[in-house]
Design a protein around this ligand. Structure first.
Ligand SMILES: CC(C)(COP(=O)(O)OP(=O)(O)OC[C@H]1O[C@@H](n2cnc3c(N)ncnc32)[C@H](O)[C@@H]1OP(=O)(O)O)[C@@H](O)C(=O)NCCC(=O)NCCS
Length: 178
C-alpha cells in the first residue's frame, strides 16, 4: 500500500473506540501500569492536538497529546503513539509525530515530552532530558525520557515531578492524587 492512501485527521470522540483498540493491540494490558499512563489518568488529553491516520475510513494509527506540568514548566506529553501492525513502516508514525509537533507549536506549547525509544524519536527532533531533571510518578528508564524544545529555555523550566497540568497547583507542586 502507498502512503497516499492514508488520511490524517484531528481526533474526535467518534474515534475513541478504535483508538482504544489500537492501543490495546500495541501495548497490551500492561499499558495501564506505565508511567505515562499514570500521568494521563490525571485528566483529559488535548483532543485538538491529537491526531489519527485513517485508511478507507478506518483508524489505523493514533497519537495523543496531554498537557503536563513539572515545576514552573508546562509542556505536552506525546503518546500513546501506535500504528496498526499491517500499516507499520510506511512512515505513518513519523508523520503523526510531525503533525502533532507542528500543531503543538502553533498552539503555543513550550515543549513536547515523551517516554520512548531515542533511535526512533531522535531523528524527529527529540533529545534526552538530562537525568534527574524531572521525575515520573512511576519508574521509567531515564534514557527514554525525551523532549523537543519549542520555546527557548522551555526544557530548563521543566523540573521535578511531572503531572497532568490539571493537577499542578499554584505552588508548582503536583496534587497528591497523581
Ligand atoms: C513505533 C511505531 C509507532 C512506529 O510507527 P511506524 O509507522 O511503523 O514507523 P515509521 O514508518 O514512521 O518509521 C519506520 C522506521 O522506524 C523504525 N522503528 C520502528 N520502531 C522503532 C523503535 N522502537 N526504535 C527504533 N526504530 C524504530 C523502523 O525500523 C523503520 O526504520 P527505517 O525507516 O529505517 O526502515 C509502531 O511500530 C508501533 O505502533 N509500535 C507499537 C507501539 C509503540 O511501540 N509505540 C511507540 C511508543 S514509544
Amino acid at each position: 500500500m502507498n502512503a497516499p492512501d492514508v488520511t490524517y485527521l484531528p481526533e474526535t470522540p467518534a474515534h475513541d473506540a478504535e483508538i482504544d483498540h489500537i492501543n490495546e493491540e500495541a501495548f497490551g494490558p500492561g499499558r495501564f501500569a506505565r508511567a505515562a499512563y499514570k500521568i494521563r489518568e490525571g485528566g483529559p488529553h488535548e483532543r485538538t492536538l491529537s491526531f489519527v491516520a485513517t485508511h478507507d475510513g478506518i483508524v489505523i494509527a493514533s497519537v495523543r497529546m496531554t498537557r503536563i506540568a513539572a515545576g514552573e514548566g508546562r509542556a505536552l506529553l506525546l503518546g500513546p503513539l501506535a500504528v496498526r501492525p499491517a500499516f507499520k513502516n510506511l512512515g505513518i508514525g513519523r508523520r503523526l509525530v510531525a503533525i502533532a509537533l507542528e500543531a503543538a507549536g502553533k498552539a503555543g506549547a513550550e515543549a513536547v515530552v515523551l517516554v520512548g525509544d531515542e533511535p526512533y524519536y531522535g531523528p524527529l527532533g527529540f533529545k534526552r532530558i538530562p537525568r534527574g531533571q524531572i521525575s515520573m510518578p512511576r519508574p521509567v528508564d531515564l534514557d527514554r525520557l525525551l523532549a523537543v524544545e519549542i520555546r527557548p529555555d522551555a526544557l530548563a523550566r521543566l523540573t521535578g515531578e511531572v503531572c497532568h497540568a490539571d493537577h499542578a497547583t499554584v505552588e508548582e507542586r503536583c496534587l497528591a492524587t497523581v
